[in-house]
Design a protein around this ligand. Structure first.
Ligand code: AMP
Length: 481
């Protein structure tokens, strides 16, 4: 097994009484040098050592300064080092791995070999894979490298033909990648650079066996990059498998991103959430809103209920076909629809600017997921608003979230005249029988309990439950505790 024994810049590797560790000292000095450079000197892309065609493409994208992960990662990657990054979407990590890779592949130009690729990027979802491939196209538009993206949910034949010619950079989801390998359309034997993106999400989606297989198919001599938003033990162990003496980079830990978002929580019965959402969407000045539900059926139901109330929205989740997912995302991007209702898996990696509000129609049972959700707003330094609808049985999840983010959302009471306003709305569609026990999308592999997240099986408007609407007035976010 390859070892991930790098030393963090902050961890001096010597302790009284232990033998002198020369390798440790070298790793420590290297990490300290990178940290020094990133903190002090390197503030533009030219200083990072990137070549002219890439700088031109970055200028065309309007990037004038590298983000912290780019400053920390690019010089090491240009040297050919492995990298282990704790970073989530929104930090600029795609450019951090794409730019040096484009440069190295160009400097070491080779003919394309049929049925193979020189760089492999694995991403957990189709949307993220498409976005990454698009980034390679954009950053490499003045270079001669070819980029292909493959994922499931679309016919495989075209992808088989595409692989036939060979490709420089291949972005793939694990399942379809292995299908292509099994059909002998693709071999990984010529991979020079390998990137595993969103490793924590990969494990959540149950891709562990696929990843182990990919590891065995990759050549031993290669550069490897491994990214995850969180790095618990299971994920660090997966990283060990792929990495050799990696540079370790950690940016904006999940908890700090949350601080840029104004967070609110409203305590409300599950059965009243639809009315609350409809009323807020009608009354708040909302540019673009993402609404998170826990289940696919829940997402569809919210869309249907919004439509009945005259609000156009689209849903994006794992039961939608690829064209449907793409159409929903395109409509949301273009501003044709302002409201996108999503489950966690489908929304992961969605990079749409100008999302002013994130509504947590149901709270996730994994606190990190909440941070990912609200990170969809407050992109690129903007601030955003996140609203959580918390039913009684979701309070423990809220406490876990508060512990992780060290932010206590401002309690927002139900709107004035909530019941009267709600009574005027069309009756929401009831839950389908058997819907309630459905496992929710994702969280496989982490052992998280799959809670029944669906609305209680009663029609609106319900009898007012004890405590609902009796909260004190709103106060601003209280910040760290
Ligand atoms: P990522 O974390 O790779 O999903 O990137 C998040 C967003 O930041 C994307 O929309 C990128 O186009 C954008 N981005 C990446 N690097 C920079 C940069 N240096 N300056 C401005 N925007 C950037």
């Amino acid at each position: 097994m390859r070892s991930a024994s790098g030393v963090l810049a902050s961890g001096f590797p010597f302790h009284a009484g232990r033998p002198f560790d020369t390798a440790g000292l070298r790793a420590f000095l290297r990490a300290a040098k990178h940290k020094f450079e990133s903190d002090t000197i390197l503030t533009n892309f030219t200083q990072l050592g990137l070549a002219e065609p890439i700088l031109k493409a970055l200028a065309a994208k309007g990037y004038d300064k590298p983000t912290p992960i780019q400053v920390q990662g690019i010089p090491a990657l240009l040297e050919g080092r492995d990298l282990c990054g704790i970073a989530q979407t929104g930090t600029g990590k795609t450019a951090a791995f794409a730019l040096p890779a484009l440069q190295r592949l160009t400097e070491n130009a080779k003919h394309r070999v049929p049925g193979s690729c020189r760089m492999l990027v694995l991403a957990p979802t189709r949307e993220l894979a498409s976005q990454i491939a698009q980034s390679f196209e954009d950053y490499g538009k003045f270079l001669k490298l070819t980029v292909a993206v493959v994922f499931g949910g679309v016919p495989i034949n075209r992808q088989i033909r595409q692989m036939g010619q060979g490709v420089d950079i291949l972005v793939a989801t694990p399942g379809r990648l292995l299908d292509l390998i099994d059909q002998r359309a693709l071999s990984l034997r010529n991979v020079e650079i390998f990137v595993l993106d969103e490793a924590d999400q990969m494990l959540d989606l149950g891709f562990i066996h696929a990843l182990k297989r990919v590891d065995q198919l990759l050549p031993k001599k290669r550069q490897s990059l491994f990214f995850s938003a969180t790095m618990p033990k299971t994920i660090a162990e997966l990283g060990d498998r792929f990495l050799t003496d990696p540079v370790k980079v950690s940016v904006a830990p999940a908890a700090t991103t949350a601080e840029r978002v104004d967070q609110y929580a409203t305590f409300v019965n599950q059965g009243e959430k639809q009315a609350l959402l409809t009323i807020l969407l009608k009354s708040e000045p909302i540019e673009r809103a993402l609404v998170f539900t826990r289940t696919k059926h829940g997402a569809d139901r919210v869309v249907k209920n919004l439509a009945a109330a005259g609000i156009r929205a689209a849903a994006i989740h794992g039961n939608k076909s690829q064209p449907q997912r793409e159409a929903a995302l395109a409509a949301f991007r273009s501003g044709d629809i302002r409201i996108l209702v999503a489950t966690d898996i489908a929304a992961r990696g969605i990079d749409v600017g100008g999302i002013s509000h994130v509504f947590n129609f149901e709270l996730p049972n994994v606190a990190e997921q909440y941070v990912h959700r609200i990170g969809r707003t407050a992109r690129a330094g903007a601030t955003g608003i996140a609203m959580a609808f918390v039913a009684d049985d979701e309070r423990p999840f809220l406490r876990q979230i508060e512990k992780l983010t060290r932010v206590k959302p401002t309690v927002m009471p139900l709107p004035e005249n909530f019941l009267e306003e709600a009574a005027k709305l069309p009756k929401p569609a009831p839950s389908k029988p058997g819907d309630g026990g459905r496992r929710f999308e994702g969280n496989r592999g982490h052992g998280a309990p799959a809670r029944d997240a669906e609305a209680p099986k009663r029609r609106f408007p319900p009898k007012r439950a004890r405590g609902v609407g009796s909260h004190a007035g709103a106060v601003r976010k209280t910040g760290g505790r």
